[in-house]
Design a binder for this molecule. Structure first.
Ligand code: FES
Length: 432
């Protein structure tokens, strides 16, 4: 199912890589993070190339709701608790700088950028809002409490971040990608220091950035422990109200709202990939209940990588992978996450210091409660004796009846009914 973004943007096409290539920095992955990395490298005069296994923005980037905000749910009280006030402040500052960078870039790129306030609401956890507001005051973020956000159901209030943004992500990326050295339909199959093998040749590069949504090299970095994937759904509705801002439930399974070009984009129905959840059916029920006169014109779903502690993993891929970097685990906040990651990875690739390296370091502690949940899920599905099995690490695949796909509850790989891989970390099709 295609998103409103992919239906309304024209993306340039690029030829596959045929034969061998030598470059300064190789970027693997043509979503927003990879494209921004390559674009920033080029602007700094660095020789680079980008390879993409399929079409550019064919994954999560094309399915986002494209909210540009430093308000990543109710994350700041959690960051203060786990990392301290100074680190939480740095996190907010770098995300707010990313909002500002989009605002500036979008002046010259026709991509329907609009400045909007962002709201995180809760129907049932007022105490969480209070903790968040207290943390935001400590770090100096100008947030405010809104008692009655204009939503079609009662809430206990919302935290508002002023002057955030929303845009058309593919119009933006289509404009900046045109001049970049890109090879589509070129899958990275194997990595060794300074070299990546693809289907039709090898690429030698001093530095390599894996911007592949889920880091694709399994035997370094332990990402199969540090990440799980979450699926969420979107309906684009005609004749819905203008919400006047962007809204998201503090809970992972709640609903989100924003407008685009006269449409109301209603998000939600989320669940861990491979598990049961509300999906489009839940959103259809909500649309019928709250907006009985709307018409559904688009529907799509997105796949997000979730980290153990709420902060993304951006930096050196693993302890023994010099020259190899990654960015993942944006926890559904991939617009500012990608901009922040691209700035940081570009600095690392050219050997420049970056103030934010420590906060996002992929090698930071993994001793968080979510680790136990991830391990339990993997153990259960490894021991489940059903077929088909996932080619990544052998877990039992589960059928997703709404999307007609086979999904893996362990780390979130997904396959079409004919076995074609739709989402990694599995790095190739499956024989069904
Ligand atoms: Fe890892 Fe399926 S995605 S076993």
């Amino acid at each position: 199912m295609e998103s409103v973004w992919s239906k309304t943007a024209e993306f340039p096409e690029f030829q596959p890589l045929e034969g061998d290539l030598k470059t300064g920095v190789l970027v693997i992955g043509g979503g927003i993070t990879g494209i921004l990395c390559a674009w920033m490298l080029r602007r700094r005069g660095v020789d680079c190339a980008l390879i993409e296994a399929g079409r550019l923005c064919g994954g999560t980037t094309g399915c986002t709701t494209a909210k540009i905000t430093s308000q990543h749910g109710l994350i700041y009280h959690r960051l203060v608790k786990e990392f301290g006030v100074d680190a939480a402040r740095l996190y907010w500052q770098v995300q707010e700088a990313a909002v500002g960078r989009y605002r500036e870039l979008c002046r010259d790129v026709p991509c329907d950028f609009e400045e909007k306030d962002n709201f995180v609401y809760t129907p049932d956890h007022r105490a969480e809002l209070e903790k968040e507001l207290e943390a935001l005051e400590r770090i100096g973020a100008p947030a405010r409490f809104v008692r009655e956000p204009p939503l079609p159901f009662p809430t206990l209030g919302a935290v508002c971040f002023p002057r955030q943004g929303q845009f058309h992500p593919l119009k933006f990326l289509a404009a900046i990608v045109r001049e970049l050295p890109v090879y589509e339909h070129t899958r990275a199959l194997e990595w060794e220091p300074g070299l990546v093998r693809t289907q039709r040749g090898t690429v030698r590069a001093e530095r390599i950035i894996a911007a592949t949504h889920f880091p694709f090299i399994t035997n370094h970095g332990g990402y199969f422990l540090k990440l799980y994937q979450h699926r969420s759904y979107v309906l684009a509705l005609e004749h819905g109200p203008d919400m006047g801002g962007m809204y998201v439930d503090a809970s992972e399974t709640g609903m989100s709202f924003r407008n685009y070009d006269g449409l109301l984009l209603l998000g939600g129905g989320g669940h861990r990939t491979g598990k049961k959840g509300g999906g489009w059916r839940e959103l259809e029920d909500a649309a019928r209940k709250y907006y009985p006169h709307v018409k559904i014109v688009y529907r799509w779903a997105a796949q997000d990588c979730m980290s153990l502690d709420g902060a993304p993993y951006v930096g050196q891929y693993g302890k023994s992978t010099p020259g190899l970097y990654t960015a993942s685990g944006f926890n559904k906040w991939g617009m500012t996450g990608a901009m922040t990651a691209a700035e940081l990875l570009t600095d690392l690739a050219i050997g420049r210091e970056n103030l934010y390296t420590g906060i996002f370091d992929p090698s930071r502690t993994i001793l968080r409660p979510q680790l136990a949940a991830n391990m339990l899920e993997s153990a259960l599905n490894l021991l489940t004796p059903t077929v088909p099995r996932c080619p990544h690490m052998g877990c039992a695949l589960k059928y997703n009846a709404q999307e007609h796909t086979w999904d893996c509850p362990c780390h979130g790989s997904r396959f079409a009914e004919n076995g074609k891989v739709l989402d990694g970390p599995a790095n190739g099709d499956k024989q069904m």
